[in-house]
Design a protein around this ligand. Structure first.
Ligand code: UN1
Length: 495
């Protein structure tokens, strides 16, 4: 019997109003059902928003350090249950167990950061231009937050949104990706066990159109935080913009690693393998373009081809596996269609380029780590986000050309340069158009206490992570206290 999950709405575990359900299966082994989940609609969302609105009344008045202590408790429970969470996550979305342990750890780190931040959330005191008057700002909560999360970081990304949203005093309606509802359900269970008021955390399972759209359009949701594709992000921005909702969008990427002729090539090689094929390339921070200086191009391509052959594809629960499956059939088809596009555009396949259907992998959505060489920057495989294990190698003849090619993209999330020249490194930090730049490190590896986000079509200027996300989840209240006991007119009486 498969485990049956329910929504958590108004402090209760309940079925969807329609009674419909959907099934969630292991992408490494289609025969394994992870669970049955409610397929919810606008009616369920409405109930969740009403509960969250009711909870907000009291939750906003709980002192922030006390809210932070609940987040710490959630982090403690995640420490105790780390292995269980990580194994479930691998079964649910496929990435290898070392990575799901990292994903869980990122959630724990985010909980502890929230605990610390709950005692800061600094406002400012500022001198007044008038005598006997005191000026200050403070952070105040906003209301009900609608949080919509993707499947590639089933624990980390929900924690990036839920912990700061709650710590700032908002209540939450949370819609996890329909490919990873079990990890999300476990997270909500942990939050409730930690002491989050049950009405303040509501989870509504279902599809983007069934649940995501009603969240974005609900008049009583004040802010939306979404991580996903640029295509969906644009639609959300437009819909939410009509009601002037605050919206944070964390969208696509086409991240590049530059390897200069003076780079430590072994280090750069390790970086690109991890950046391109970690999470089977299904990260918005994945390395999907490799820009090689012509002087090391041929040598590096040989090294890359050899090392890629050695990567082991398989079930992520096997500790010796490097690359897990893709998330679902649709994603497998998208990845393969891009491989066909690349071939037709004239790029040369160095490795991979087809589903991995060796005996024990037939049960899942496995795809061989794929590398194209001879890629021109104008090819679609060099410009469009593929979200799979496909790397496009582009040759350049100078540092300036490398930066120009890297910046020639509609996206601007993460970036990386391998060089031992300090001047080039500093120029790259200044000139690369991306929210994140790594020097001598791969494009992946964000830490939870640093701002995370990108430029151009990667987002709308907000940042997750670190202190920056606390600005998104709160309003700035400006307060003037006049203790002069008379009317003092600013700009007039002091002139
Ligand atoms: C994402 O790709 O959607 O830096 C998030 C990283 C991770 C987070 C990635 N810590 O790759």
């Amino acid at each position: 019997m498969s485990k049956v999950f329910r929504n958590h709405i108004n402090g209760e575990y309940i079925d969807s109003v329609s009674g419909e359900t959907f099934e969630n299966r292991n992408p490494a082994n289609r025969a394994e059902v992870i669970g049955i989940f409610p397929k919810s609609t606008a009616e369920d969302v409405d109930k969740a928003v009403k509960a969250a609105r009711a909870a907000y009344k009291d939750w906003r008045l709980v002192p922030a350090p006390q809210r932070g202590e609940i987040m710490k408790k959630a982090g403690d429970i995640m420490v105790e249950r780390k292995e269980e969470i990580s194994r479930l996550m691998t079964r649910e979305m496929g990435k290898v167990i070392a990575e799901t342990r990292g994903d869980t750890q990122e959630g724990i780190d985010t909980a502890y950061y929230a605990f610390g931040e709950s005692r800061r959330m600094y406002g400012r005191t500022v001198p007044s231009e008038l005598p006997n008057k005191f000026n200050m700002t403070s952070h105040i909560p906003i209301g009900v937050a609608g949080l919509i999360t993707p499947w590639n970081f089933p624990m980390a990304i929900p924690t990036w949104k839920v912990f700061p949203a709650l710590t700032c005093g908002n209540s939450v309606v949370f819609k996890p990706a329909s490919d990873t509802p079990a990890t999300a359900a476990l997270f909500v269970e942990i939050l409730i066990d930690a002491g989050v008021p049950p009405l303040a955390i509501n989870i509504v399972h279902g599809t983007g159109s069934g649940v995501g759209t009603p969240i974005v359009e609900h008049p009583d949701i004040n802010l939306i935080s979404f991580t996903g594709s640029s295509k969906v992000g644009k639609i959300i921005n437009e819909k939410a913009g009509k009601d002037l909702k605050r919206v944070s969008l964390e969208l696509g990427g086409k991240n590049a690693e530059i390897v200069m002729d003076d780079a430590n090539l072994n280090l750069a090689l390790e970086g690109v393998l991890w950046g391109a094929f970690g999470t089977t390339g299904q990260r918005c921070t994945a390395t999907s373009r490799l820009i090689l200086h012509e002087k090391i191009h041929d040598k590096f391509v040989d090294m890359l081809g050899d090392s890629t052959q050695k990567l082991k594809t398989g079930n992520g629960l096997d500790e010796s596996v490097d690359v897990g499956p893709l998330i679902n059939k649709e994603q497998l088809e998208i990845v393969h269609s891009y491989v066909e596009i690349g071939k037709n555009e004239g790029a040369t396949l160095l490795s991979g380029g087809e589903p991995d259907e060796s005996e024990d992998l037939k049960k899942g959505f496995f795809y061989k780590p794929t590398i194209f060489v001879g890629v021109d920057r104008n090819m679609r495989i060099a410009r469009e986000e593929i979200f799979g294990p496909v790397l496009s190698v582009i040759k350049v003849s100078s540092f300036d050309e490398a930066i120009e090619v890297l910046n020639d993209s509609n996206y601007g999330l993460s970036s990386s340069i391998y060089t031992q020249d300090v001047n080039s490194a500093y120029c790259a930090m200044r000139d690369i158009e991306a929210g994140i730049t790594y020097i001598n490190g791969p494009t992946i590896g964000a830490e939870c206490h640093m701002p995370f986000g990108g430029v151009k079509e990667t987002g709308n200027g907000h940042r997750e992570g670190g202190w920056a996300v606390y600005d998104f989840f709160s309003e700035t209240k400006t307060v003037y206290v006049d203790f002069s006991a008379k009317l003092q007119r600013a700009q007039i009486d002091n002139r």
